[in-house]
Write a protein that binds this ligand. Structure first.
Ligand SMILES: Nc1ncnc2c1ncn2[C@@H]1O[C@H](COP(=O)(O)OP(=O)(O)OP(=O)(O)O)[C@@H](O)[C@H]1O
Ligand SMILES: [Mg+2]
Length: 321
């Protein structure tokens, strides 16, 4: 075992002084963070704190300008997103990214292709092994839809599904890559109380039944406090606190930065923003509104024409703009 792996044994993910600088802004600033396998860990903090950017570092969308992030002892720096997905990290996005003109089942099948072998040749000539594999992919994908409670929507277009269902579909697609670590970026955003309670149960089942480690960004404190076993708090790119939920709730720096006097106003503003987003999406069922929040992405194909990943780059640039 090499030195790096030995040093980081025991942690599934370890960030050491992880930093990314955009011009003068250190969006993630010297962050140290450990995730133990089998836990549910939350990352919280005010808007613009650097939470999504940290996910982007972890999943290969950005490369740290300083420091390092290790997954099972291997550095993610400079690795492409599909390689990191192959290592076992998958994610969902703050702004839902589904192929909305494809069915729910097809969306999950795209995720499943990360774990398959038949390349362009097999697909073009529909070799027996390709046909077998395709059938297997479909069956596996149906199981993931079942797991998240969407099997009855398998043939519905993703873009026409209610908002909460789209969020769960994204989770199914992420699970279909068979991750060791699933990163969920505000999965409860825009959900009503009952959808959010369903989501809590789903996240617990992901850890308890599938043994997948969960890394969760969430503004909904009820969800965070219900689920997280350990919490990291970011503010202006810096880690300002970490600890057990009870410790975080009582932490002076957190109260000041996030849960303090402005808590009510912050939550109110966030809720308003999410309801607006939701309203735009939940509009008429027959003709889905052009929801700004729902991104249609193009798959990135490898040289064999196999879908390797989503085209996230453009979106991230737009997000930043
Ligand atoms: N590619 C980029 N170029 C320049 N600035 C960026 C880029 N990506 C993120 N930022 C900036 O980094 C900061 C952190 O953004 P980030 O999206 O990570 O925040 P967040 O904690 O996820 O907030 P929210 O709760 O609103 O989602 C913001 O000031 C954002 O504008
Ligand atoms: Mg974010």
């Amino acid at each position: 075992m090499n030195k790096v792996v030995a040093e980081h044994q025991g942690y599934l993910m370890q960030a050491t002084d992880a930093t990314i600088q955009f011009g003068g802004l250190r969006a993630v600033d010297s962050v140290n963070m450990n995730i133990t396998a089998g836990t549910i860990v939350a990352l919280i903090g005010p808007n613009g704190a650097g939470k999504t950017t940290f996910f982007n570092l972890l999943t290969g969308i950005y490369t740290p300008t300083e420091g390092e992030i290790l997954f099972e002892g291997r550095s993610v720096s400079g690795k492409k997103s599909h390689v990191i997905a192959d290592w076992g990290i998958s994610r969902t996005f703050q702004n839902i990214r589904l192929f909305k003109e494809m069915t729910a089942l097809e969306n999950v099948m795209v995720g499943r292709h990360v774990r398959t072998k038949s390349g362009f040749f097999g697909a073009t000539f529909r070799t027996p092994s390709f046909v077998r594999e395709e059938k297997q992919i479909q069956e596996d994908s149906e199981r993931w839809l079942e797991f998240v409670g969407l099997i009855d929507n398998a043939n519905d277009l993703a873009g026409g599904l209610p908002y909460g269902a789209q969020r769960r579909l994204e989770i199914a697609r992420a699970l279909a890559t068979e991750p060791k670590l699933i990163c969920l970026d505000e999965p409860a955003a825009g959900m009503n109380e009952s959808e959010s309670a369903d989501l809590d149960r789903l996240i617990l089942r992901i850890r308890d039944e599938l043994g997948i480690t969960v890394f969760l960004i969430e503004h909904d404190m009820k969800v965070v406090m219900n689920l997280a076993e350990y919490i990291y708090v970011l503010d202006f790119g810096k880690l300002i606190a970490e600890g057990l939920p009870a410790e975080i709730q009582a932490h002076p720096a957190v109260i000041e930065a996030y849960l303090g006097q402005d808590m009510e106003a912050t939550i109110k503003a966030k809720r308003q923003q999410l309801l607006e987003v939701r309203g735009a999406i939940a509009a008429p069922a027959t003709e889905p509104a052009p929801a700004e929040d729902v991104e249609v992405e193009k798959p990135i194909l490898d040289s064999d024409g196999v879908v390797m990943a989503m085209d996230t780059d453009n979106k991230e640039k737009n997000d930043a703009a």
